[in-house]
Design a protein around this ligand. Structure first.
Ligand SMILES: [Fe+2]
Ligand SMILES: [Fe+2]
Length: 328
């Protein structure tokens, strides 16, 4: 038996007696590439890891709507506005699938949302950077959604069934997001000198934070080894970052843009790009809440939650009425 809930750090609280036989049988299922389903036995730490990862992922989708939502009213054409609106709505949908996937592990959506509102749960740091001009919308789609795809395609094969299945649709939508971002950059790079300069400026600001999205280097990544053994994670942070660089640098060249890294060089022998040192101090500062927009993002999320309390009340009242009718 296990008891669940979120403790003060927003971590799932799960206590259970686990025998070595149970743990070995579980690992054998993982090694055989079986999917673990919601009602299957699983180690408490596996459940806790997934609750943390999936809820952080859900929060990131929801907070991630803000930097781009900021440009919905200022998109340069009706067509760009319609595309951006669809993209931002997709991100809301991703958040909802992911909250549902996490709920199958025994945590409630209310608890997860409260963890975010209380500042106890994390979300992806990339969304704490500002969107200063329209080219940022292009750079986000191209780089941020591009990095998200690198991270999320392997999650379609994650050992936990509900998470893996949610990722299949999410990845299809992410690929549309990446394409629309690249298309914005392409238009700007083939426009006036000023437009091309805007695109370059956006790349300059978003390149390094995008590389940080893959998380700390393998030597400093505390959850990686266990997550790989459980097949929640299929590639290490550094492997995914390298894949992203290898795919993205030629795209920047095609656009005629310069990647802001003097150390960037193609290693002919391995076929991989070597790149400069990431500013990990900046990464840790933003993670600790001191990025350019952390306070604003949380303030907006809290006020949206409060302003929309009536929607939750109305939905609850309607559900009560329906269940009363069903009983009568
Ligand atoms: Fe998304
Ligand atoms: Fe996306």
């Amino acid at each position: 038996m296990y008891t669940q809930g979120l403790d003060q750090k927003g971590q799932a609280n799960v206590s259970e007696i686990e025998s070595p036989e149970q743990l070995a049988a579980f690992q054998a299922r993982i090694d055989a590439e079986e999917k673990i389903e919601a009602k299957d036995w699983m180690p408490a730490a596996y459940r806790r890891t997934l609750i943390r990862q999936i809820s952080q992922h859900a929060h990131s989708e929801i907070i991630g709507m803000q930097p781009e939502g900021n440009w919905l009213t200022r998109a340069p054409s009706l067509q760009r506005k319609a595309i951006l609106l669809a993209k931002v709505q997709d991100e809301a949908g991703h958040g909802l699938y992911l909250y549902s996937a996490a709920e199958t592990l025994g945590v409630s959506r209310d608890e997860m949302v409260q963890g975010l509102l209380d500042g106890k749960a994390k979300y992806s740091s990339i969304f704490n950077y500002p969107t200063l001009n329209w080219a940022d919308i292009g750079a986000i789609g191209w780089l941020v959604d591009g990095a998200a795809i690198m991270n999320q395609i392997p999650l379609c094969r994650c050992s936990y069934g509900p998470y893996a299945r949610a990722m299949i649709r999410v990845c299809k939508e992410e690929s549309f997001h990446q394409r629309q971002g690249f298309d914005i950059m392409h238009k700007l790079c083939n426009g006036t000198d000023d437009q091309k300069a805007m695109a370059q400026d956006a790349l300059n600001r978003w390149w390094w934070p995008s590389l940080m999205m893959f998380g700390p280097g393998d030597a400093d990544s505390k959850h990686s080894a266990q997550s790989m053994a459980w097949k929640i994670k299929r590639f290490s942070n550094d492997e995914l970052r390298q894949k992203f660089v290898d795919v993205t640098v030629p795209q920047a060249e095609f656009l005629g843009l310069r990647v802001p890294d003097d150390a960037l060089v193609l290693d002919e022998e391995s076929g991989h790009y070597r790149f400069g040192e990431i500013d990990w101090q900046e990464f840790h500062d933003v993670l600790a809440g001191n990025g350019p927009c952390n306070a604003q993002r949380m303030e907006r999320r809290r006020s949206a939650h409060d302003d929309n309390a009536w929607v939750r009340d109305a939905a609850r009242a309607y559900a009560d009425k329906q269940s009363a009718k069903a009983v009568a």
